[in-house]
Design a protein. Structure first.
Length: 202
């Protein structure tokens, strides 16, 4: 379960377009179907036939389980404050990246190829100005519509926080602190410490 910030909510959850798993499904169907099709013949050949039947069936179900698991876990969360990319490459290999809206420099969706054009799926790329974080999600449904939605949320977020900044500087700074890494936090702490010292000496 993804930890959300205060007053943050998930707008859209994006996963890979299910139809692009067509060949995975065909392979699973062949493995499981062939096991049952040759079941009586395999069982007639003693232990090695039964072993081959179990192996064929096991590989088929394992591939099905892995495909469903990766489809469920690989997702892009579009929230009111940021975009979060969960990249699950295996049962024990997961990478989470996030980009707040005020750090997004460019968003573009692309539909390419015959099947992509027919079924309206493609990829979306989200990049920061510094280029430190880049999120690329492939084979998703309606990438151009998602691009427009992210741009609208970004404009709304930036305009809301920029209008609040002049009247509520402290809250804005505190909110940004949670997005900083350790190196930047130390720099901020040093500046704040010097500022406090100068105030107390007055």
């Amino acid at each position: 379960m993804m930890q959300l910030k205060e007053q943050e909510r998930i707008i859209t959850t994006v996963r890979r377009y299910g139809l692009t798993y067509f060949w995975h499904g065909c392979l699973v169907a062949v493995l499981i179907g062939s096991a049952f099709f040759f079941m009586f013949w395999l069982f007639a050949h003693d232990w090695w036939g039964q072993t081959l039947f179990g192996l064929d069936l096991g590989v088929g179900f394992l591939l099905l389980l892995r495909t469903m698991f990766l489809w469920q876990k690989n997702q892009l969360l579009v929230t009111t404050h940021r975009v979060i990319d969960v990249d699950q490459r295996g049962f024990f290999d997961k990478t989470v990246s996030e980009i707040p809206y005020d750090q997004i420099e460019d968003v573009f969706g692309k539909i390419k190829g015959v099947f992509g054009t027919i079924f309206r799926y493609g990829e979306i790329n989200i990049q920061t100005g510094a280029g430190k974080v880049q999120i690329c999600l492939q084979k998703i449904k309606q990438p151009v519509a998602l691009q427009q939605q992210i741009n609208e949320l970004r404009e709304r977020y930036v305009s809301r926080y920029s209008s609040r900044f002049s009247g509520d500087v402290a809250e804005m700074v505190i909110d940004k602190v949670y997005e900083l890494e350790e190196k930047d936090l130390k720099r901020v702490a040093e500046v704040v410490g010097k500022r406090l010292q100068s105030i107390t000496k007055r």
